[in-house]
Write a protein that binds this ligand. Structure first.
Ligand code: ADP
Ligand code: MG
Length: 346
């Protein structure tokens, strides 16, 4: 288990990269730290690893306070975005390096490296140097180096971001399976919401050194706590439309949407995921639909993203393959019951 208590890291010049963070990561958990560039992800990971000294607060790993311990004493393995392999060493030596630091005898080191390499499908490549490997192979060597020393935790800093799109998906599945097999607590840093949703047991969405929301992938997807989280999560951006609540009805442009009980009057941001509306070209009988004209149809592969031009705003809806209306058609978007999110100012 990893626990962070009031952790703060301030760089000279007053940049607060981590701001009084409290967080507990469970034993064996796959935990994702998700956020835009510059929000403090790398700093947080480096602080857990002992590569940065916190300005204040504490770090516990496995119930032991390691705040003052050097990196070597923390028993965690970090995988960096650029892999940080040693260019002059072959694959065996790279994988065995942490074992050499731990003064494991040479024969045992080589055996461990070979065993780990086989698990990561690297057995054919043991004599090669990093420059003779593809990006995906280098990435697996970096993983193997982390796995070989059987750490208490893996710390991954965007380990898939240097792979091309297809390889990234393969490597993602591979990483998930490996983590399941080994059961090692994992902190995975990424700016890619789809990676976090796909891999993690829980996600912390970060913004400016703080946690905006902590939850399971389905919690942060279905119930984003703030408009920041709402606009950050999801493969298509959430519709966020300004509306006015009055007497139990929300007016968004021309649309009149029923509100749940107890919503006070006033300005509201109406949030609706493009996946959570049906599109129809026949006027629906019930109230609470958005009427508009199809402005753009984008092919997503197995679905289409339709942009509806309504009076005063644009609304995007994901439509199943084959059901997309032609551009220019009149259409209605009917929100699925219970799926809309209402936000006041964050
Ligand atoms: P992320 O990994 O989420 O992109 P970082 O942790 O790299 O974010 O950076 C968080 C903030 O801390 C940024 O504003 C960055 O400029 C600042 N920062 C990071 N490292 C240093 C450093 N060594 N010295 C000064 N500022 C830094
Ligand atoms: Mg970073």
């Amino acid at each position: 288990m990893i626990a962070l208590r009031g952790l703060t890291k301030e760089f000279p010049g007053g940049v607060r990269a981590i701001d009084a963070l409290d967080l507990e990561i469970g034993d064996g958990e796959f935990f994702a730290l998700l956020g835009p560039s510059g929000c403090g992800k790398t700093t947080l990971l480096r602080t857990i690893a002992g590569l940065e000294t916190p300005t204040s607060g504490r770090i516990e790993i496995g119930g032991v306070d390691v705040t003052g311990s050097p990196p070597g004493r923390r028993d965690v393995a970090m995988v960096f975005q650029d892999y940080a392999l040693f260019p002059h060493m072959d694959v065996t030596a790279n994988i065995a390096y942490p074992l050499r630091i731990k003064k494991v005898p040479r024969a045992e080191r080589v055996a461990k490296a070979a065993e780990t390499a086989s698990r990561l499908s690297l057995s054919e490549l043991l004599d090669r140097r990093p420059a003779q490997l593809s990006g995906g192979q280098q990435q697996r060597v970096a993983l193997a180096r982390a796995v070989a020393c059987r750490p208490k935790a893996f710390l991954f800093d965007e380990p898939l971001s240097n792979l091309d799109a297809r390889l990234r998906l393969e490597a993602r599945t591979f990483l998930k399976r490996l983590q399941r097999e080994l059961g090692v607590t994992t902190v995975f840093v990424t700016h890619d919401q789809s990676e976090a949703l796909a891999l993690a047991d829980r996600i912390a969405v970060m913004s400016a050194g703080r946690i905006s929301q902590l939850g399971t992938p389905s919690e942060v997807f279905r119930r984003p706590a703030t408009t920041f989280v709402a606009s950050f999560i999801g493969s298509t951006p959430m519709n966020l439309l300004p509306g006015v609540a009055e007497d139990g009805v929300l007016r968004v442009g021309e649309a009149e949407l029923p509100l749940p009980d107890g919503v006070p009057d006033g300005e509201i941001l109406y949030g609706l995921r493009p996946e959570y509306a049906e599109l129809t070209t026949r006027e629906p009988g019930e109230k609470g639909a958005f009427r508009g004209k199809v402005a753009v149809v984008e092919n997503l592969g197995t679905a289409h993203l339709v942009t509806l031009e309504c009076t005063g705003h644009l609304l995007q809806v994901v439509v199943p393959e084959g059901a997309e209306p032609p551009p220019g058609a009149a259409a209605w978007a009917v929100p699925r019951p219970g799926r809309a999110l209402l936000y006041r100012d964050d």
